[in-house]
Design a protein around this ligand. Structure first.
Ligand code: ARG
Length: 454
């Protein structure tokens, strides 16, 4: 695009190495929006006259429409989106186009574009995330009384309501949404005017540009502004952790859909068959969610590694920020709606969940609590119930099938009212603390989420 001091053409291999247009073309709308705001600032600074500014603005909008219609031809020789658009503008409108890059560098230009991109995408992702939360809450409301075992170490622990299990993910996703919103708040600062690294001798009103582009503030250090990609790293962390949460949900669903658990049936629309085994119904959506989390984590590692050795200020390494960013954004936008759809369409096999939740050993802690409420120190109660469990296992009879005398042979504190414990409903009712899975507590949480997400 410019010859200037160079005496020979760039090598073809270098062109291929250095081009970013194959992926950064998607910044075009942000690039054009930023350039229009910059042209208005140049007008106010007296660098452009009204006619020049108007022809820049009209020219840029025409280019944007052309790109949108798929009619614009990007050229690899022009390296990136900024130069492709500027070259097209100048070839169309002439001299005025060549003035647009006054008091601006691609370094502050790309920093602006990437911030605008992140700002827009975080809004879209947050909305998709809220829809997934809504789907989880709705399924919880569809099965308000369903109980299943809660697990630790993937061993049955204590009974919980199915809705309580789903609401655990709603909480995780809420923190994810909070992290993404927080990231957006921090990135919504306007870098244009930082120039290559030291601003410009031609001074434009940066605050007016910020207002026009709906930024909350302007960056306060030009060197920081052109070399900072903290916001990309933050966003990739936020999306990575969101992916980790989605992957854990996927893993629960994969387990629950096995013949061994049989707790849920995923819809045919969200499963696939096997090319060999006709009986198979595979939970591919959940597996791909789990698998794609690998790239989300990898992308975070990429940006952190790109940044770690860079001296101030801009270095070309920074061009490598875009592919991991785009990939994580695209991956999350692909996953969130399909998981929401899968969750909304799944069916719970209550015969299986309640059979599993009827495992009397799930109430062992409640028996220990019974003793505690009658004055036995917890450690001693734990010991008693441990022995009782071993006895029950050896006998092949669950707690409800043991006689009162047998109970009393382990502790004299047991009384006839111990039988009231062998009821999952009672066990849940008793868990009245905030955050515990009592039926009224869970119903209140479902209602709270339902209105919060409305
Ligand atoms: N395509 C470049 C990037 O994404 C734009 C900035 C280029 N700046 C430079 N000094 N070569 O980082």
């Amino acid at each position: 695009m410019w010859k200037g001091r160079f005496e020979c053409e760039t090598s073809d291999l270098v062109r291929r190495l250095g081009e970013s247009i194959s992926f950064d073309w998607r910044l075009y709308a942000h690039d054009i929006r930023g350039s229009i705001a910059h042209s208005r600032a140049l007008l106010r600074a007296g660098v452009l006259n009204a006619e020049e500014q108007a022809s820049i603005e009209t020219g840029l909008l025409a280019i944007r429409d052309e790109i949108e219609r798929g009619e614009f031809e990007f050229s690899m020789d022009l390296e990136d989106v900024h130069m492709n658009i500027e070259a097209a503008l100048t070839s169309r409108i002439g001299a005025a186009g060549a003035k647009l890059h006054t008091a601006r560098s691609r370094n502050d230009q790309v920093a602006l574009d990437v911030r605008l991109f992140c700002r827009e995408e975080t809004g879209i992702i947050e909305a998709a995330l809220r829809s997934l939360q809504r789907a989880l809450v709705e399924v919880g409301m569809r099965y308000p009384d369903t109980v299943l075992p809660g697990y630790t170490h993937l061993q049955r622990g204590q009974p919980v309501l199915f809705a309580h299990h789903l609401l655990a993910y709603v909480e995780m996703l809420d923190r994810d949404a909070g992290r993404i919103a927080d990231c957006r708040r921090r990135l919504n600062v306007m870098p244009l005017g930082s120039g290559a690294l030291a601003g410009s001798t031609i001074v434009v009103d940066r605050e007016a540009v910020a207002r026009e582009l709906e930024f909350d503030a302007v960056t306060r250090n030009s060197m920081d502004a052109v070399s900072d990609r903290d916001f990309v790293a933050e966003l990739l962390f936020g999306l990575g952790l969101l992916g980790v949460h989605l992957s854990r949900l996927a893993e629960d669903l994969i387990l629950w859909a096995t013949a061994e658990f049989g707790f849920v049936t995923l819809s045919d629309a969200h499963t696939t068959g096997s090319s060999l085994m006709p009986q198979k119904k595979n939970p591919d959506v959940a597996e791909l969610t789990r698998g794609k989390t690998g790239r989300l984590i990898g992308n975070l590692m990429s940006i952190l590694t790109i940044l770690k050795g860079l001296p101030l200020t801009y270095n070309r390494d920074l061009q490598e920020d875009k592919e991991p960013l785009f990939d994580s954004v695209d991956t999350i936008k692909l996953l969130l709606p399909v998981i929401a759809e899968m969750v909304a369409a799944m069916e719970v096999n209550e015969a299986r969940t309640s059979a599993a939740a009827a495992d009397p050993f799930l109430l062992a802690t409640d028996i220990a609590d019974y003793l505690v409420l009658r004055g036995v120190p917890f450690r001693q109660a734990h010991e008693v119930v441990g022995k009782l469990t071993a006895f029950s296992l050896k006998e092949g009879r669950g707690f409800p099938d043991l006689s009162l005398e047998e109970f009393q042979s382990f502790s004299e504190v047991f009384a006839p009212d111990v039988v009231a414990l062998f009821n999952v409903r009672n066990a849940l009712e008793a868990r009245q603390a905030i955050g515990a899975p009592s039926p009224n507590g869970v119903a209140a949480e479902l209602a709270r989420w339902c209105s919060a997400l409305a």
